[in-house]
Design a protein around this ligand. Structure first.
Ligand code: NAD
Ligand code: DAU
Length: 351
């Protein structure tokens, strides 16, 4: 059995990865290390929690001794590092935790690998990162593996720092690392502070749909399962020491995204699209709001044969349907019941 340490496996993308990989890889033993912050919800991994090849460990990556303990107890050979503070708006209000988790947390994990992996054979440290490290594009051009770093928000700067440390551990110590930088993900189980789930839930309930600025900012959207399939592909076939950019060639302005959500929700509710669209409200812009992100995924496509399976239309439809059909999940997140469950079962730690 190969032991795979997944950090942040109770979050949005980490949980999608576990729901996909745990049943697909009975030959791998998955250890999910998660602090269960506000963004970590055990309900997200309920589908795999009883699997024989899955265990959960609550730990804080910022706690060096706790991270070392996990390595001593479980001896992972592969690390897939999702855990992070991930929301740009929160990083603007309170950047400290972003530096702690995203930079120091990643550093602690790298140090644990360096101490444990005397022989790099068969080992991989896969760092999950973002296209935001490259900064903002104008109307033209796309990010690729040669694009210089120019992060603009405290969140993206902390992710850029983590990318650099990961790369430096490969260059200096020969740690077998792989880095992927992905564009905006959407899909089931995304915490409803991010654009797409927030707009779906508000549109279902005739609440204002707050679009920052004029809604002209562009993001490059990818369905979360397509991201997870790309990660599995890079884990299996990607070259050690290399970076792969992942994106769906799916650029949309925020206004286009919100409009599409309104139309999908209107169809489900059996009302005219205009009845939902009238809730679109332009609000104050995000400070330092990056204008446009777009990925050129040619490398992962040509070298590893990955392409997305979902279009924006099919992915969005699936996502809207999921939020409609999973009101219990939505309610326990909104009421904070999931926090009470965590406190009862794991104690009061976490943020
Ligand atoms: P998320 O916020 O939904 O989940 C983060 C998870 O990390 C949570 O389960 C949380 O409890 C855990 N965590 C946070 N701090 C921790 C700590 N100190 N110790 C242990 N666990 C901790 O994030 P997400 O959207 O699933 O993103 C996962 C990764 O993918 C992040 O590294 C993010 O930068 C990257 N990424 C996200 C997107 C996106 O669109 N969401 C796109 C590209 C890359
Ligand atoms: O590009 C990858 C990144 O995508 C990830 O690294 C981040 O973890 C992830 O959160 C996401 O960052 P964004 O800032 O792009 O995502 P968010 O959903 O917060 O916002 C998407 C766009 O929508 C952005 O231009 C801001 C805008 N927006 C967002 C919210 C929450 C609004 O107009 N209104 C809103 O209420």
């Amino acid at each position: 059995m190969t032991t795979v340490l997944v950090t942040g496996g109770c979050g949005f993308i980490g949980s999608a990865f576990l729901r996909m990989a745990v049943p697909q890889h009975p030959d791998w033993r998955f250890v999910n290390l998660d602090l269960l912050t506000y963004a970590g919800n055990p309900a997200n991994v309920a589908a795999v929690a009883g699997a024989p090849n899955y265990v959960f460990v609550r730990a804080d990556l910022c706690d060096e001794a706790a991270v070392r303990d996990v390595f001593e107890t479980h001896a992972p050979e592969i690390v897939v590092h999702f855990a992070a503070e991930s929301h740009v708006d929160r990083s603007i209000v309170g950047p400290r935790r972003f530096l702690e988790t995203n930079v120091t947390g990643t550093f602690n994990l790298l140090e644990a690998c360096r101490a444990a992996w005397r022989d790099p054979a068969g080992k991989v440290f896969h760092h999950i990162s973002t296209d935001e490290v490259f900064g903002a594009l104008g109307k033209e051009g796309r990010f690729d593996e040669r694009t210089p770093y120019r992060p603009n928000s405290p969140y993206s700067a902390s992710k850029a720092a983590s990318d650099h440390i990961v790369r430096a551990y490969h260059h200096t110590y020969g740690l077998p690392v792989k880095i992927t930088n992905c564009s905006n993900n959407y899909g089931p189980y995304q915490f409803p502070e991010k654009l797409i789930p927030l707009m779906i839930l508000n549109a279902l309930e005739d609440k204002p749909l707050p679009v920052y600025g004029r809604g002209e900012n562009v993001r490059d959207w990818l369905y979360v399962d397509d991201h997870c399939r790309a990660i599995l592909r890079v884990l299996r076939d990607g070259k050690v020491g290399e970076t792969y950019l992942i994106g769906g060639r799916c650029e949309k302005t925020n206004l286009e995204v919100v409009g599409a959500i309104c139309d999908a929700v209107a169809e489900i509710r059996g009302v005219e699209p205009a009845a939902v669209r009238r809730w679109i409200t332009f609000v104050q812009d995000r400070p330092g709001h990056d204008l446009r992100y777009a990925i050129d995924p040619s490398r992962i496509t040509t070298e590893l044969g990955w392409t997305p399976e979902e279009t924006f239309e099919t992915g969005l439809r699936r996502t809207v349907r999921w939020y409609v059909e999973n009101r219990a999940w939505v309610e326990q997140v909104r009421t904070g019941e999931y926090r009470r469950w965590i406190e009862t079962n794991y104690g009061g730690r976490g943020a």
